[in-house]
Design a protein around this ligand. Structure first.
Ligand SMILES: NC(=O)c1ccc[n+]([C@@H]2O[C@H](COP(=O)([O-])OP(=O)(O)OC[C@H]3O[C@@H](n4cnc5c(N)ncnc54)[C@H](O)[C@@H]3O)[C@@H](O)[C@H]2O)c1
Ligand SMILES: O=C(O)C(=O)C[C@@H](O)[C@H](O)[C@H](O)COP(=O)(O)O
Ligand SMILES: [Zn+2]
Length: 363
């Protein structure tokens, strides 16, 4: 097991990563929360069906409730959020209760926001079950979606611990492996040459990555990139925006095609290709985009805009992105490998490039 400590503001918490590590959760609860009154596990129907009983057994605590929510983006709605809060009130959770988020990023974002707002905040633990969640379970961004924009209603609210048992990854569908791995690639691109080059060299196929020990290395490297950024800028006043590389267009695509119709990682992969196109035009960033796209395609990613999307509507979505001020769209671009910059992009330039992108099917 490897443990990475996250420092965020005045908080510190461990991210334990490894195979079969849930025994540590029980001892963590006993030692750190001796006055615990009850536990609410929030999970989704898929993860619940596969692993909930086993988790309840592993925790071995008497007062455990579980709330099963729909799988995927359907969990990140106001209705489901409200339903979770009602459930917590009905079960008489109090300020010494704990929420355990058990699932992928969607459940983590939802459960974290429930924890952040229930009685103005009770502790929560992340038990991630997807590759993507190496990103979402760390750093304290919690949120639900609004029809007008992704993650628009939320908070910065850190978990008190993350227990990442990689055994869960073995049941992930291929599309979810791919989705999660896009965030690993993002962490490579925004951090440095060696990490990105290493990834490209090592990962020729996503089929072989689970339960290959290579995956644990990819995930811990990714978590460390995120940890270094969150440590200096917990609430995205500056450099934390780098973690949004690929997300300006990515989130606009997710909202336009309909939440859950495309995976988050797949949309981010397309967004990264586009951000690289803008980077080379704006900063003469010398990067072998053709080779990058070939690698993405080889791993099974789509690299072009989904059909039928209107450029005007995408632009409208991007203007509502959380990085935008006034009506100016701000993108995370790369000046060099590992040197991101947040850059204001003029509408005309953006439209021109989106048109090229649309015509050329991802360059
Ligand atoms: N808070 C953050 O910092 C942050 C970072 C990145 C992404 N996100 C958010 O995370 C979400 C995406 O996360 P995700 O990809 O983990 O999605 P997810 O939670 O929707 O999980 C993807 C699918 O895989 C299933 N699943 C989960 N674990 C499984 C397992 N072990 N075996 C089989 N099936 C399993 C789920 O039921 C779901 O259908 C998006 O909403 C995105 O906006 C948040
Ligand atoms: O942790 C961050 O900061 C990120 O931007 C990580 C992203 O991968 C993640 O998708 C995040 O939820 C996006 O945040 P948002 O503020 O653009 O909604
Ligand atoms: Zn993301």
């Amino acid at each position: 097991m490897e443990t990475i400590t996250i420092k965020a503001g005045d908080q510190r918490y461990p991210v334990h990563v490894g195979y079969g590590i849930l025994d540590h959760l029980q001892s963590f609860l006993e030692s750190e929360y001796p006055q615990l009154t009850s536990i609410l596990i929030i999970t989704d129907e898929t993860v619940g069906e596969l692993y909930l009983e086993e988790l309840i057994h592993a925790i071995g605590y008497k007062q455990i409730y579980s709330k099963v929510v729909p799988a995927g983006e359907k969990a990140k709605t106001f209705e489901v959020y409200y339903d979770c809060l009602s459930f917590a009130l009905e079960k008489k959770l109090d300020r010494r209760s704990m929420i355990l988020s058990f699932g992928g990023g969607a459940v983590g974002d939802l459960a974290g926001f429930v924890a952040a707002s229930f009685m103005r905040g009770i502790p929560f633990i992340q038990i991630p079950t997807t590759i993507l969640a190496h990103d979402s379970a760390v750093g304290g961004k919690v949120a639900i979606n609004h029809p007008l924009g992704k993650n628009m209603i939320g908070a910065f609210y850190q978990p008190v611990g993350v227990f990442y048992d990689l055994n869960y990854l073995t049941s992930l569908p291929k599309a979810e492996v791919r989705s999660g791995f896009a965030e690993v690639i993002k962490h490579g691109l925004i951090s440095n040459h060696p990490f990105y080059d290493w990834l490209k060299e090592q990962v020729e196929s996503l089929d072989a990555t689970i339960p290959n020990p290579l995956m644990i290395e990819c995930l811990t490297k990714g978590i460390k990139v995120k940890a270094r950024i969150v440590e200096v800028d917990e609430k995205e006043a500056g450099v934390r925006a780098y973690l949004n590389f690929g997300h300006t267009l990515g989130h606009a695509i997710e909202a336009e095609v309909g939440y859950g119709k495309i995976t988050h990682g797949e949309a981010v992969a397309i967004g990264m290709v586009f951000a690289l196109q803008l980077s080379s035009q704006t900063y003469n960033f010398e990067f072998n985009t053709t080779e990058f796209i070939q690698w993405l395609k080889h791993l099974g990613y789509r690299t072009e805009l989904p059909e039928g999307l209107s450029i005007e509507r995408l632009l409208g979505r991007m203007k509502q992105d959380k990085k935008s001020y006034g009506q100016s769209v701000r993108f995370v671009l790369l000046k060099e490998m590992g040197q991101p910059i947040v850059s204001e992009v003029a509408d005309e330039f953006l439209i021109e490039n989106l048109e090229i992108f649309k015509r050329q099917g991802g360059l």
